[in-house]
Structure formats: C-alpha cells, structure tokens
Design a protein around this ligand. Structure first.
Ligand SMILES: CC(=O)N[C@H](C=O)[C@@H](O)[C@H](O)[C@H](O)COP(=O)(O)O
Length: 229
C-alpha cells in the first residue's frame, strides 16, 4: 500500500502532543504555539494539537507538520466527533486530521467510515485513526485512513497524575504484525525516552508523547508523589 510522503517523513520519529485542558493556566493558543516551537527546536518531527485556535496559532509558528484534532464533549466520542469538526481542523491548517475511529455513536449520526468518506469528498487531507482496539485499527485500515494510532487504548483521566504502565505495546505489536508496512503510531502514556524506544522496537511507525513533555502539572505531580511516597 502506498504511504503518503508526509507520513513517510514521520517514520522513526518523535511527534509531540501540545495540549492544555479546559480551565488550565496554559490553555492559550500563544502559549501552545511557544511550546510547540520549543519542541520543534528539540527535534519533534510533527506537532499534535487540539482546537481550531491552537491549530492556527501553531501552524503559524512551526515548519513541521501539524496533526490537528478538535475535542468536544467528554463521554463517548470526543476526538473530532463529527464531519464538521474534521473539516474545520483542515480549514484551520491541520496537515493531518485525527479522528476517533471507534464504532461508538457520533453526534451527527455518521459512522467513522462515513465521516472519513465525506471528509475526503470535501477536502484533500491525511487521516489519522485514533484507536482503542485492534478492531478500530482494522476499521481505519479498511476505510483508507493513512495512519492508525493507539491513542485511545488507555482510558485515563484528563490530567495524568500517575506514572503508570506506559504505552500499549501489545496492541501496537499486534497491529504492526497484522498490517506490515502500514503506519501504526504509538500514542498514549509514552512517559520516558525508554518507553519511546520500546515502542519503536515493537514496530511503531512513529511515537507521540504529550503529557511527559508538555504538561507540567502532571509532571510535577509525578515528582511530588515519588518524593512523598
Ligand atoms: C486519550 C486522549 O484523549 N488523548 C489525547 C489525544 O489527543 C491527549 O490528551 C493525549 O495527551 C495524547 O494522546 C498524548 O498522550 P500522552 O499525553 O499520554 O502522551
């Protein structure tokens, strides 16, 4: 299967997720853009970011590709939940749009497959399927997504206050074995350089790390817990 050149450029690379959550002190597009640029200087190959304002602000600040998503809602599908959200991410400047690839119901009544089909009919873009299970990865491959990611394999609170089990290498390895050559990205709970290396060794096309690099509230709580235990 043909791999998009932009996706090819991410092979073996680190992608940094730059996000702040509602109500947090750093939740401002300018702040996110400054952090994204700092990560670019450190060697990030792409930035993953949330919300139309952050996508636009970061797009204006960095040279590397932007993976954009728009989170809305908390329960069920919240990562780019409808076609409208996906089109808006593209229009805001995202080079890649990340969409929840589960089969759970969506607010606009479309399935994931219909969302991807209708997005492609409206925009030329690269689609990243954010997956929870191997079935989601199969769904993403079957409907022509360019990338699948293990983003949703852990159910975690928005603020990651525990240094837990690390990324889902079992899901990653299963997908890499079933779809050799297809870009499966390891995302979620990549907390250390050793986690990132282990993901590449398990067959990841690329690795996304967010919290451990760009979320100081969580990182501080990890250190605090270690000292006070
Ligand atoms: C599950 C979910 O909503 N994940 C979000 C997806 O964009 C972000 O909150 C994560 O920070 C991102 O996936 C990177 O993961 P980690 O922060 O664990 O390195």
């Amino acid at each position: 299967m043909a791999v998009n050149p932009l996706v090819q450029s991410l092979k073996g690379k680190l992608i940094v997720s730059v996000q702040a959550y509602p109500g947090e002190p750093m939740r401002h597009p300018e702040t996110m853009a400054q952090i994204a640029r700092a990560c670019e200087l450190g060697g990030a190959a792409a930035i993953r970011c949330q919300g139309l304002s952050d996508i636009a602000a970061i797009k204006g600040r960095v040279e590397i590709p932007i993976i954009g998503l728009w989170k809305e809602g908390h329960d069920g599908v919240y990562i780019t939940p409808t076609l409208r959200h996906a089109v808006a991410c593209v229009n805001a400047g995202a080079d890649v749009v990340a969409i929840d690839a589960t089969d759970r119901p969506r607010p606009d009544g479309r399935t994931f497959e219909e969302t991807v089909r209708d997005l492609r009919a409206q925009c030329e873009t690269i689609v990243m399927a954010d997956c929870m299970t191997i079935e989601d990865i199969r769904r993403g491959v079957a409907c022509g997504c360019d990338i699948a990611s293990t983003t949703l394999s852990h159910k975690k609170p928005a603020i990651d206050t525990t240094l837990d089990d690390g990324p889902d290498l079992a899901l990653l390895a299963e997908a890499a074995k079933e779809f050799p050559g297809f870009p499966v990205i390891c995302e979620g709970h990549v907390h250390t350089p050793a986690d990132a290396r282990a993901a590449i060794d398990a067959g990841a096309w690329a690795v996304v790390s967010g919290t451990a690099i760009t979320h100081p509230t969580s990182i501080t709580s990890w250190f605090k817990a270690a000292i006070e235990a």
